[in-house]
Design a protein. Structure first.
Length: 241
């Protein structure tokens, strides 16, 4: 799968639909789009995922690319902010893919040239019957888009709005990610962690990876005393390689 993606951004092991918490209807919609199932005629005009930072937009787009690849479809993920100002060049050749996922398109909302490049790609992929996924912090109908025609196209597809997970959702997400690593996080460990560390899921997952390495090295399960030692003692996550 990584060969289908920019080398600097391979699909990580956690970017799977089954590890996404909440918005079950959105997950099923993205899964259907990834495999080419036509669940709604509006999806022919693209699928627009919107939400604030940390709401899981990138997770869903990367998971869709993984699912498409496993279904035998050609998929490409593009982090649009990395190519702002030269987007037209990066979009060339994407027509050969069955699914194209464009993440962070709000980064080019003020650039008429980049918006025009998106507009023409949208029309080409739609006419070719390809699946097109967008993710943006900026709503599809916002007047900040420099090209009204693009704003109109973005508003024609299906829209998925995501919210940031609450503490219960983050706990469940961390449990699922721990389970994929063969770890068990009981309520006592989760309670201890959530009182002492950043609660955003990205930081929690990075910490989980460090605890996983420490637990493997020590052949220990994750208990409150062990986690406390990892965070406060000589086996702190920063020192675990």
């Amino acid at each position: 799968m990584s060969a289908q993606l920019p080398l600097a951004l391979p699909v990580g092991p956690d970017q799977r639909f089954e590890l996404f918490v909440g918005h079950d209807w959105a997950v099923e919609l993205l899964r259907a789009a990834a495999t080419g199932e036509r669940v709604d005629a509006s999806i022919d005009a693209g699928l627009f995922v919107e939400g604030v930072e940390g709401s899981g937009k990138s997770h869903l787009l990367l998971a869709a690319c993984r699912e498409a690849h496993e279904a035998g479809r050609r998929a490409r993920y593009l982090p649009v902010p990395a190519f702002a100002g030269a987007l037209g060049t990066m979009l060339e050749g994407l027509d050969a893919n069955d699914l194209v996922a464009l993440d962070g398109i709000e980064a080019v909302s003020a650039s008429r040239e980049d918006c025009e490049a998106l507009f023409h790609l949208h029309n080409r992929l739609r006419d070719a019957g390809r699946t097109l996924l967008y993710a943006s912090r900026l709503p599809a109908g916002d007047t900040a888009w420099a090209l009204p025609d693009l704003r109109s196209r973005l508003g024609q597809g299906l829209r998925v709005s995501l919210d940031v997970l609450d503490d219960d959702g983050r706990r469940e997400a961390l449990r699922r990610r721990a389970g994929r690593r063969g770890l068990e996080l009981d309520d006592a460990v989760l309670d201890w962690l959530f009182r002492r560390v950043d609660r955003d899921l990205k930081s929690l997952t990075a910490l989980l990876d460090r605890l996983d390495r420490a637990a493997m090295a020590a052949q220990r399960r994750l208990t409150v005393p062990f986690v406390r030692k990892c965070l406060d003692g000589p086996m702190s996550p920063e020192n675990v390689q």
